[in-house]
Design a protein around this ligand. Structure first.
Ligand SMILES: Cc1cc2nc3c(=O)[nH]c(=O)nc-3n(C[C@H](O)[C@H](O)[C@H](O)COP(=O)(O)OP(=O)(O)OC[C@H]3O[C@@H](n4cnc5c(N)ncnc54)[C@H](O)[C@@H]3O)c2cc1C
Length: 455
């Protein structure tokens, strides 16, 4: 018998009892119903997407392979740049990403680069797919590209068409022409991380960045911390409280890096996603003219919450991509590493672990896509559920990869060591996973109380 290559303990695909040939003798009209095409899980999942999103997913994957793969490990090891500097390789990446439409896909063509077909589906779905594919290869570079979209979202959610025309469209044109105009999003303050993400904390928090009314505009004073891309952004959507008021007065201001009094203080030396800097930025009486208020004064809290509700799907997508990357690295390791004269992948314990990793990854992808496919309105309960569950399970998948890889998994060139550090951050930003659990309860409060009363 001509035996095709197969794993120990399994039948060759051409064995009469193997699932591959099993249905060959059934009637011709039944065969297509029971004989699946031989294909990867990735292809199977892509085939379930609407065709425009399927095409987008393939484009994201090939962009990640061509542009991110070769930079992933070197950029992780590169020294953190000083504020205002950008590593030449990352500057090139931004230019290429800009020309390829990766930085302008919040708007459809011709204003941005999203295809009209993809634009028919919830925006958060396409964004989650993009984050998944880029994170699979390098979550640091993914964050460098995606934090920019986060910076633009408040302008969209404010429904401020004037600000879109004045700030976003010219920036998009510049970016698509190969001169990236990067945005960043600034809510976190030294004494307000979770407080900027959750209503109860916000209600008792003392705002650190304050806007004082002055002739023709506002004067901003204070500091924001951990701002992704804050070191290179030309435009930053900054949330500030009005003088002598609390976070309920939060107003969103478009601050540009050339405004006098704006300072990038430092970049944090953080554990993962190192291709994207987390910057501390300071406002020393920065004058912001009235036409740089996004939406209206006091709409900032609403705009912030709408932005987070949408962007948490994207963070869930990062989790899925990181889990996928770890699974693939573990499979490669198992195929190429020998124990007692045979490849690790032939051991049943290893196969069980691989099956678990593939299934966990598939399960969180399914959860995310199921929620995102109807998310024309981004819901707080669903987006927070996806955010904390997908990222928590992703970290578990990465741990399984590390367990399988032993010593090798701890080495930088295993890739999984980096994936672990990157994945751990997704449990912290956009609200810690504890805060996201509370966000589910906050959003379901009335339903929970009604249920308690009924019983
Ligand atoms: C890589 C990275 C990138 C980031 N990018 C940005 C960005 O672009 N823009 C931006 O504005 N911010 C950004 N952040 C900040 C991020 O969103 C905050 O770090 C995050 O919200 C957590 O805030 P914190 O660190 O101040 O934690 P804290 O709020 O100090 O929380 C500390 C601990 O207390 C817990 N906790 C807090 N409140 C409660 C509560 N009520 N009940 C139960 N537990 C609670 C938390 O879960 C956590 O375990 C980034 C952070 C990182 C690490």
């Amino acid at each position: 018998m001509n035996l095709q290559p197969h794993l120990d303990g399994y039948l060759s695909p051409d064995h009469p009892l193997s699932p591959r040939g099993l249905f060959a003798d059934l009637p011709a009209f039944i065969r297509p119903l029971v004989t699946p095409k031989l294909t990867t899980i990735w292809e199977q999942d892509t085939a379930t997407l609407p065709s425009a999103l399927g095409r987008a997913r393939r484009r994201y994957r090939s962009f990640a392979e061509q542009e991110l793969r070769h930079r992933a490990l070197p950029m992780d090891l590169a020294p953190h740049p000083q504020p205002g500097e950008i590593l030449p390789s990352l500057a090139d990446l931004l230019k290429t990403a800009g020309r390829e439409g990766m930085l302008t896909d919040l708007l459809p063509r011709p204003l941005g680069s999203a295809s009209l077909g993809a634009y028919r589906y919830p925006l958060v779905w396409a964004q989650a797919l993009r984050c998944e594919e880029l994170s699979r290869v390098c979550a640091g570079q993914m964050l460098l590209l995606s934090a920019h979209s986060l910076g633009v979202l408040p302008i969209a959610f404010a429904g401020d068409l004037g600000a879109m025309r004045r700030f976003v469209l010219p920036a998009y044109r510049q970016t698509m022409a190969g001169d990236p105009h990067i945005f960043a999003y600034a809510i976190t303050e030294p004494s307000a991380g979770s407080d900027a993400e959750e209503g109860h904390g916000a209600s008792v928090s003392r705002p650190g960045v304050v806007a004082k009314r002055v002739n023709g505009g506002w004067s901003l004073q204070g500091r924001k911390v951990f701002i992704s891309g804050g070191d290179i952004a030309k435009s930053i959507t900054v949330f500030a409280a009005l003088e002598n008021e609390g976070i309920e007065s939060w107003t969103c201001f478009l601050v540009t890096s050339d405004m006098p009094g704006f300072e990038v203080v430092r970049n944090e030396l953080k554990m993962g996603m190192r291709a994207s800097a987390a910057a501390e930025i300071a406002f020393h009486d920065v004058f912001v003219p009235d036409d740089h208020v996004i939406g209206k004064p006091r709409q900032g809290w609403a705009i912030n919450r709408a932005t987070l509700n949408a962007s948490r799907y994207a963070v869930a997508g990062m989790g899925v991509g990181l889990a996928q990357g770890a699974t693939e690295a573990a499979i490669d390791f198992a195929r190429h590493t020998e124990l007692a004269g045979k490849a690790l992948v032939n051991f049943q314990e290893v196969q069980l672990q691989i099956a678990n990793m593939m299934t966990e990854t598939s399960a969180i992808r399914g959860m995310l896509w199921q929620a995102a496919r109807k998310a024309y309105v981004a819901r707080q309960d669903r987006s927070s559920m996806c955010k904390f569950h997908c990222t928590d399970r992703a970290v578990r998948v990465v741990e399984m990869a590390l367990e399988m890889m032993g010593n090798h998994g701890t080495l930088h060139d295993s890739c999984v060591e980096k994936i672990y550090r990157d994945a751990r951050l997704t449990q912290i930003f956009e609200g810690t996973n504890q805060i996201n659990r509370l966000a589910v309860i906050e959003d379901q409060q009335e339903q929970l109380l009604a249920r308690i009363e009924r019983h």
